[in-house]
Structures are given as structure tokens and as C-alpha cells.
Design a binder for this molecule. Structure first.
Ligand SMILES: C[S@@+](CC[C@H](N)C(=O)[O-])C[C@H]1O[C@@H](n2cnc3c(N)ncnc32)[C@H](O)[C@@H]1O
Length: 252
């Protein structure tokens, strides 16, 4: 699809501006959550961490500060280029469904709904298998996904947001739609930019897979994870049907 995932390609330079507020709160807490999860659940010896779908590296740089030896992987070369300017680390441009790094990690993280870029069960299984293969024995994976029911309830909703950074103004109107394929949604986003007195616009579409929490747990077990936990928040809250986001933790 031609207008798909432009935010990670020609619009990548706007990504940090659009999410800067979210980053401050969410990424700080997320990094702390990964650190606590590592201390509580990880049985392997080292601190080697891979962030899959690391984007511009905002979470990765916080994880590095917490003492992890970090590496990042992302499908988008444009996003990786931005991350490289912030962090000294190994970066890989690859697809989470079929990467092969020839190296194992103590922790593999995939944050901020990125796992939902797997559009069906087969894709999610391939990704989880890949995470398992790249973990050391006793290592952990941590990732989040908004549950199927939560996203389904939001189909038809629209949002308007304005972001202002000096000379640059961005208006984003977005709408969540039912996807073409079964158990998918489409996030259609219209961006209007005003920069140095000139205006421009772009339309961007992101497809996401919808998965039940029970389905993901089952797949993780099928892929070999010895222990699987699901939390409802970044303070290890119990997951309930009212949770907006499920945080999965698997131990190899
Ligand atoms: C919402 S951003 C999250 C970035 C970062 N984790 C964060 O928290 O800011 C999603 C990222 O997933 C990446 N991505 C999408 N599909 C992917 C795939 N199949 N394999 C690897 N990365 C992918 C995109 O390029 C983008 O950088």
C-alpha cells in the first residue's frame, strides 16, 4: 500500500516531535518497568538487551542509562538513522518476523504497540519464535499490545491533535477503521504541516493486527516460553478485562 507507514519513512523526522510528550511519561515508566522485570524474572547472567522496532531510539537511550548493553532493530532505515545520532550501539535494519543476528540477548523488548504490526497469528508466531531463538537460556522478552476488544471498541472514533514546535505546526486528524483483512484495524491519519510559512499535507495508513490476550499467551507457550505473565500496567498491575494495554513477559 503506497500511503502505508510514511511516519517511519519520509515523515520520520517529525516522529520525535509528534510523540515527545508521550515519550516523557510513557518511555520513562516503560524503561523502569523493563529494568524491574529484568531484576525479578531474568535468570541469564548478562545485561545484553535488544529493542525490536526501536524506532528513533527514545526508549533505548533510557534503557542504556539504566545499565543495559543495548542494540536496536527496526524495519525502517530512516528511523534507525535518527536513533544512531542519539545512541552509540549496534543497529540492525530488519523485519521482526525474520531477522537473524547470530547473537543472543538477556532481554528482548518490543514497545509501544509495535507487536501489532504483525497482522495475523502466523506473523505473530514467527516474530515470537524469533524472539525466543535470540534469547539466552533464562532470558526474558517484554512487549505490550492493546487487547482486541479495546481496539474494536474504538473503531469509528476520530481524534484531532495539534503539535507545535517553534516554526513548525502539525495538525493530525486520525480515524480508526475496520481493516480489510479479518482481525485487523486501519489507523488512517491525515497530517497538515505548516513550516516556515509553507503548508503541506500527507495521508498515512497503519494496519494493526487484533489479538486476544489468551491467544498471545498460548502462542508464547507454543514458541517455547517456559513462563508467561501478563500485566495490566507498568507497575505490574494485574491484567483485567478493563485494561487498555496488556504487558506480556515471557521467560525462556
Ligand atoms: C510506534 S513505533 C515505536 C518505536 C519505538 N519502539 C518507540 O517506543 O518509540 C513502531 C516502530 O515499528 C517499526 N516496525 C514496523 N513494522 C516492523 C517490522 N515488521 N519489523 C521491525 N520493525 C517494524 C517501525 O518502523 C517503527 O519504527
Amino acid at each position: 500500500m503506497q500511503s502505508a507507514m510514511k511516519l517511519y519513512k519520509n515523515l520520520a523526522r517529525f516522529y520525535d516531535l509528534i510523540y515527545s510528550q508521550t515519550f516523557r511519561e510513557f518511555h520513562e515508566k516503560y524503561a523502569q518497568f523493563v529494568f524491574e522485570a529484568y531484576k525479578k524474572f531474568c535468570k541469564s547472567k548478562g545485561k545484553d538487551l535488544l529493542e525490536v522496532a526501536c524506532g528513533t531510539g527514545e526508549l533505548l537511550r533510557r534503557l542504556k542509562k539504566l545499565g543495559f548493553n543495548v542494540a536496536g532493530l527496526d524495519l525502517s532505515n530512516e528511523m534507525i538513522k535518527i536513533a544512531k545520532k542519539k545512541i552509540k550501539a549496534n543497529f540492525y535494519v530488519a523485519d521482526m518476523k525474520d531477522f537473524s543476528l547470530g547473537k543472543n540477548f538477556d532481554v528482548i523488548v518490543c514497545a509501544f504497540t509495535s507487536m501489532n504490526y504483525n497482522l495475523n497469528r502466523k506473523e505473530l508466531e514467527n516474530t515470537l519464535k524469533n524472539f525466543y531463538t535470540h534469547l539466552k537460556q533464562g532470558g526474558i522478552t517484554v512487549f505490550d499490545m492493546p487487547p482486541k476488544k479495546f481496539l474494536e471498541k474504538r473503531i469509528g472514533n476520530q481524534w484531532l491533535r495539534v503539535f507545535e514546535h517553534g516554526d513548525l505546526e502539525i495538525v493530525r486528524i486520525s480515524q480508526l477503521e475496520k481493516g480489510e483483512k479479518e482481525n485487523t484495524v486501519r489507523n488512517v491519519m491525515m497530517y497538515f504541516f505548516k513550516e516556515k510559512g509553507k503548508v503541506d499535507f500527507e495521508i498515512d495508513i497503519h494496519e494493526h493486527g487484533l489479538f486476544k490476550v489468551s491467544e498471545v499467551k498460548k502462542l508464547m507457550k507454543k514458541c517455547g516460553f517456559k513462563k508467561v505473565y501478563v500485566f495490566g500496567g507498568l507497575n505490574f498491575e494485574k491484567y483485567t478485562v478493563n485494561s487498555n494495554r496488556a504487558y506480556f513477559l515471557g521467560v525462556k
